[in-house]
Design a protein around this ligand. Structure first.
Ligand SMILES: Cc1cc2c(cc1C)N(C[C@H](O)[C@H](O)[C@H](O)COP(=O)(O)OP(=O)(O)OC[C@H]1O[C@@H](n3cnc4c(N)ncnc43)[C@H](O)[C@@H]1O)c1[nH]c(=O)[nH]c(=O)c1N2
Ligand SMILES: CC(=O)C(=O)O
Ligand SMILES: [Mn+2]
Length: 479
């Protein structure tokens, strides 16, 4: 009953979207000014895709608002005319979130790139949606502060909130969900809200529903995030990176599990399997390492704390068959190590220039990690696809990057099927199909299996309440 009531109006909404007409484009020009709107083919192509392999169509027009008022005006106009709008951060997403399915307006937020308000003494900062991860950290370093959530790519911070991003540091500092205190969001009808109340930035609040976390991970389907107030941290006194290589995948994964279970406050613990190491060595010149399952680690804190952690962690890796525990204080080596990790995705792509990639993103409770990584490897080997595995194993989160031939329809379908099998494997082990990249277009079909149809119906009800004409990023996240 509940499902029927919700799915019928959603279907109706899908049928009655309007196209972006020349009249709409001139209204947008009139509202925003000539310089803030583009219909050029190359600009539209850039906004029709992210870093995944998904390519469907391109937006009819791209708008570049400079203020929250601009965002609100565009949404009002598009809502009135029932025209889809897709927010665009920096296009580094990996789930097809910015790819249009129909005639639409792409809303590029990069011109709103101001750091609005820094409170050094309270460890928080408010940024506009175009501010990126590298931009904020460059700005903060003179104050001895940092924002730790690090997806590797130089993504926009509000795009990161929209996808509930994390990355290598989440094992210590948490994800976007635990690091955003407040957001300004413009709803489909142009209404501007502040999820925790205007200007509020207390560390805790029990004031009603948690609207901040409601909007995190909504992938542009419930509102456009026009500012975010973020938690900051002091730059650690000292950082030490380390590497340990193993004869078996099991040894590396068991070491990770024991590090976490022993409460070691590790800052990063990243796994790369043999194949990943082969590709990274080639791409990033990691000459001193071999092609074996490997852990990249980072410890932070005082010298004494780091020494204690290194001692404990090296005992753990040794007891699991790990080789030499190599650690370094040299900034040069540390930079090379983490650049190699951040370029992992591109190292894999570079290995097969004619292929495209499907990046899986499952996360499971840490006690299940060894079994799930092993079973994922079996699924991939059986399928015959090349699929190196690497990831943020301290959070039980890993990626298999499946490489397929985009010109072979049967192979594309088989690749989707393998990715789906890996997601289902994670669900059987109480995990999720996406630890950090989001649902986008890729994982819509498995969402009901993960959260249950009743929960999907609640999501649809929320969508209906906040965006009754369904103009915000239609066809994403919810099937
Ligand atoms: C090499 C590499 C490596 C990684 C990753 C990418 C790449 C290329 N990513 C994925 C990516 O960096 C991550 O999804 C970012 O959060 C996307 O931010 P963008 O600003 O690029 O959003 P992008 O423009 O790609 O948009 C993503 C989604 O958010 C919506 N959106 C964007 N801005 C919005 C706004 N202001 N308001 C509302 N909706 C908005 C869009 O509509 C879309 O649905 C990742 N991620 C991760 O979590 N961990 C990782 O380890 C990595 N690693
Ligand atoms: C692609 C990605 O998420 C990673 O390299 O961690
Ligand atoms: Mn990742």
């Amino acid at each position: 009953m509940f499902t029927k009531q919700l799915s019928t109006p959603l279907k109706l909404i899908k049928r009655c979207y309007n196209r972006v007409t020349p009249e709409i484009i001139s209204s947008l020009k009139h509202q925003l000014g000539e310089g803030q709107i583009s219909t050029s083919q190359s600009v539209r192509e850039h906004h029709g895709k992210d870093e995944s392999s998904i390519r469907i169509t391109i937006p009819d027009v791209v708008v570049f608002p400079q203020t929250t008022k601009d965002v609100s005006m565009v949404l009002k106009l598009c809502n009135h005319n029932e025209i889809p709008v897709i927010p665009f951060g920096t296009g580094t997403g990996l789930a097809g979130g910015v790819s249009p399915l129909m005639s639409c307006v792409s809303m590029d937020l990069t011109k709103m790139d101001q750091i609005v308000d820094l409170h050094v003494e309270d460890f928080d900062v408010t940024v506009q949606p175009g501010v990126t991860r590298k931009q904020i950290n460059n700005y903060l370093k003179d104050y001895g502060l940092m924002f730790p959530v690090d997806p590797g790519a130089d993504a926009s911070l509000c795009g990161m909130a929209a996808t509930s991003a994390s990355g290598t540091n989440a094992v210590k500092y948490g994800t976007m969900k635990s690091n955003v205190l407040n957001m300004e969001v413009v709803l489909a009808d142009g209404t501007v809200i502040h999820t925790a109340g205007k200007g509020r930035r207390s560390r805790k609040s029990a004031a009603g529903y948690n609207l901040t976390n409601l909007f995190i991970g909504t992938e542009g389907t419930l509102g456009v995030i026009t500012s975010a107030t973020l938690k900051l941290y002091g730059i650690p006194e000292m950082k030490t990176s380390a590497v340990c290589q193993f004869k078996t995948v099991g040894g590396a994964i068991r070491s990770t599990i024991e590090v976490i279970q022993n409460g070691i406050d590790i800052a990063r613990i990243e796994f790369l399997d043999e194949m990943s190491m082969r590709l990274c060595k080639r791409y990033s010149k990691l000459d001193y390492m071999s092609e074996e399952p490997t852990l990249f680690l980072e410890f932070q804190g005082s010298q004494k704390t780091i020494e204690d952690y290194i001692e404990l962690t090296s005992q753990i890796t040794k007891s699991n068959g790990g080789g030499e525990f190599m650690y370094t204080l040299k900034q040069e080596d540390t930079n090379q190590l983490w650049a190699a990790r951040h370029n992992y995705f591109y190292a894999v792509l570079a290995s097969s220039p004619n292929k495209k990639s499907y990046t899986t993103d499952v996360a499971v409770p840490i006690s299940r990690l060894e079994q799930v990584v092993e079973e994922a490897r079996e699924i991939i080997n059986k399928s015959g696809f090349l699929g190196p595995i690497a990831g943020h194993v301290g959070d039980g989160n890993f990626h298999a990057i499946l490489l397929f031939n985009p010109a072979d329809a049967e192979e594309v379908q088989r690749c989707n099927h393998v990715a789906h099998e890996i997601s289902k494997l994670a669900l059987r082990h109480d995990g999720t199909c996406t630890g950090e990249h989001g649902i986008g277009l890729e994982k819509k079909l498995i969402l009901p299996e993960e959260v249950g149809m009743e929960s999907v119906d609640v999501m649809k009800k929320l969508k209906m309440a906040l965006d009754p004409k369904g103009i915000l990023n239609p066809g994403k996240l919810l099937a």
